[in-house]
Design a protein around this ligand. Structure first.
Ligand SMILES: Nc1ncnc2c1ncn2[C@@H]1O[C@H](COP(=O)(O)OP(=O)(O)OP(=O)(O)O)[C@@H](O)[C@H]1O
Length: 237
């Protein structure tokens, strides 16, 4: 497992004339790292910077020792945005066959990805008729076709019921156990305890960093939501 999949140094991003990320420093290693913060705090912007699709106003983003977005990283990063990236009118198998052709990977990779996300029984189902969780898993399967070393997942569990959320988090841990660095964002604080490491973000800054247990201990708070509030208050004082 790579110690530091991602290194972010002094990152500034401006969007729509506003400073969205400010002097951000960050490293991401193995396991499941969660990025938690309220809507609009800059989570998607940071993820876009990691995958190399965000214009930077300053600083550097390095992934596996290469500048984010550079060609050698193309096959090593899987990115799932908030919008589903699969076609609703195609079946799971048809979607994956299509993307496999685009990406130049073979049938065996399609079969592996379908099994990884546990959609084997739904291969021939049209995506538009599947549940939200199944559709999320179909999008994730596309991202897994190239066996990425870094998975960047932007709010993959939004709108899902607790059982589906639990199943998806179990899947993220299986992928991390297989060696991928998994970086997942959420604005739902109760997902915090599912992460190996937690980054708490507010207004474009990382205000907390540690295991969920460490963050609770540091603040003396009973849960991550209370810890987040305690850190915000200490920050403002
Ligand atoms: N296309 C855009 N043009 C200009 N400003 C944008 C654009 N997209 C986002 N922003 C601004 O950048 C800031 C951060 O947005 P971002 O999407 O990174 O937040 P987020 O934490 O991912 O939010 P959410 O949880 O709602 O997805 C917000 O203030 C938003 O208004």
């Amino acid at each position: 497992m790579t110690t530091n999949a991602v290194e972010v140094r002094d990152l500034d991003v401006v969007r729509g004339g506003h400073d969205v990320l400010r002097h951000l420093d960050l490293t991401i290693g193995g396991g499941v790292t969660g990025l938690l913060g309220p809507s609009g705090c800059g989570k998607s912007t940071l993820m876009r910077a990691l995958v190399g699709v965000q214009r930077l106003a300053g600083g550097t983003v390095t992934v596996f020792g290469e500048p984010a977005g550079s060609p050698p990283l193309r096959d090593r990063i899987g990115y799932v945005t908030q919008a589903a990236s699969v076609y609703d009118d195609l079946t799971v198998a048809e979607n994956l066959a299509f993307f496999a052709r685009v990406l130049g990977v073979g049938r065996s990779e399609v079969d592996r990805a379908v099994e990884q996300v546990d959609l084997g029984r739904h291969r021939d189902q049209v995506v538009g008729q599947m549940s939200g969780g199944q559709r999320s898993r179909a999008s994730l399967a596309v991202a897994l076709l190239k066996t990425p070393d870094l998975l960047v997942l932007d709010e993959p569990t939004v709108g899902l019921d607790p059982v589906l959320r639990r199943d998806l988090w179990a899947l993220f841990h299986r992928l991390a156990d297989d060696g991928a660095a998994v970086f997942v964002s959420s604005h739902v604080m109760d997902e915090a305890d599912r992460c190996d490491r937690l980054l708490l973000m507010r207004e474009g800054r990382i205000i907390g960093d540690g295991s969920p247990q460490e963050i609770r201990q540091q603040t003396g708070a009973a849960d991550i939501e209370a810890a987040f509030l305690a850190i915000v208050e200490a920050d403002a004082a």
